[in-house]
Structure formats: structure tokens, C-alpha cells
Design a protein around this ligand. Structure first.
Ligand code: HEM
Length: 167
């Protein structure tokens, strides 16, 4: 699919992943409220497992679409090589924003996976605070910050590539 549903000259999967990144953040914050304030450890675990699964499916589908179907992000930004929408300075600015975004976009699933893997193995079932709490809180907050940065810089890329330059 070539065009997205948000009304810009992006792609369906790019619009899908941008929407997922925006929706994931409030769910993540709710999951933290649930564990920190309500001490509902089971709901926290379930929300995090579902979020992890959504993240995995969304990112995999997005990568397959961007790399294999479109042949790279450049072909989504510039759909017709004869009349590129972005070139020169504008293109290299968007490229820089993308590199910055990729620092967080690549590290988030790794950190997320490690946090989830250790939590599921080391907390009792049903989950309760334990000797794993100290490491889990550290990994958990790092994952949260990384996710928020992935989301923020992803929106920045989308804005720079498709909204600021929309005609
Ligand atoms: C990547 C997924 C996860 C993230 C990002 C995450 C994040 C966090 C964070 C930031 C806290 C600390 C809140 C505070 O400062 O008090 C926390 C606490 C906790 N989480 Fe997770 N969590 C994840 C997955 C899980 C899973 C799968 C389980 C259960 C198997 C779990 C069980 C707990 C428990 C029991 C606590 C309370 C620890 C304590 O207060 O001693 N978490 N989580």
C-alpha cells in the first residue's frame, strides 16, 4: 500500500506504526500507575506482555513493508525518483533525524525484551516484589524512557519528512 490514512504522502504501515507509537505511551503510563500506586502486579504484568506483543508485531510488519515492499525509507519519502519531494538540504536533515530516532528505535525492543524475559523468569507467579525488584525497576525505567524517546523522535521524523514539507 502506497499512501497512508493520516492524510500525508507516507505509507499505510508508516501511519500504522506512528499511531501505535502514540497510543502505546498512555498505556505504558497507565501500567506504571497500576504497579506504583495500586500495587496491582498482575494487571501490570499482563499490560506489559500485551504491549510487548503489539510492539513486536507492529515493528516486524513495519520493517517487512518498508525494507522489502518499498525497498527502503527513501522510496517512501520520495515516491517518484524523477520528481523527489525532498532533496539536498531538506533530505539530509530528515536523514539526520532518522539516524537519531534509530538509536532509540533499535535499543527499545532489545531493552524491552530483556526486561520482560527476566521479569517473567524471576518474579514469582502471580508476581510480587522480590529480590529481582531492584534490577527490574532499573530496567523498567530505562525501557520506559527509551520507549518515550522512540515515540517522540519517531513523531519528529514523521513531521520533518511528511508534515513540514506537505504541499
Ligand atoms: C518491558 C516490560 C516491563 C516494564 C517496562 C516494566 C516497568 C516497571 C517499572 C518502571 C516498575 C517500577 C515502578 C516503581 O518505580 O515503583 C515496575 C515494577 C514492577 N514490575 Fe514491571 N515492567 C515490565 C514487565 C513486568 C512483568 C512481565 C512483570 C511480572 C512478571 C513485572 C512485575 C513488576 C513488579 C512485581 C513490580 C514491583 C516491584 C517492586 O515494587 O518491588 N513487570 N515495572
Amino acid at each position: 500500500m502506497n499512501n497512508g490514512f493520516l492524510g500525508f504522502d507516507a505509507s499505510f504501515m508508516l501511519d500504522f506504526v506512528v499511531s501505535a507509537l502514540v497510543l502505546i505511551v498512555p498505556v505504558m503510563l497507565y501500567s506504571l500507575y497500576v504497579v506504583k500506586v495500586q500495587k496491582n502486579f498482575v494487571l501490570h504484568r499482563n499490560l506489559q506482555v500485551v504491549l510487548g506483543a503489539i510492539l513486536l508485531v507492529a515493528v516486524t510488519a513495519f520493517e517487512v513493508d518498508t525494507q522489502w515492499v518499498h525497498g527502503g525509507w527513501e522510496n517512501i519519502v520520495n515516491k517518484s525518483p524523477e520528481a523527489p519531494r525532498l532533496s539536498g538540504e531538506a533530505f539530509s536533515h530528515v536523514q539526520k533525524v532518522l539516524w537519531f530516532h534509530l538509536i532509540f528505535a533499535v535499543s527499545t525492543p532489545l531493552l524491552w525484551g530483556a526486561t520482560l524475559f527476566h521479569a517473567l523468569r524471576k518474579f514469582p507467579n502471580p508476581p510480587l516484589p522480590s529480590t529481582h525488584s531492584k534490577l527490574h525497576k532499573r530496567l523498567g525505567w530505562l525501557s520506559t524512557i527509551d520507549l518515550v524517546m522512540t515515540s517522540t523522535t519517531g513523531l519528529w521524523f514523521y513531521y520533518a519528512a511528511f508534515i513540514a514539507t506537505a504541499v
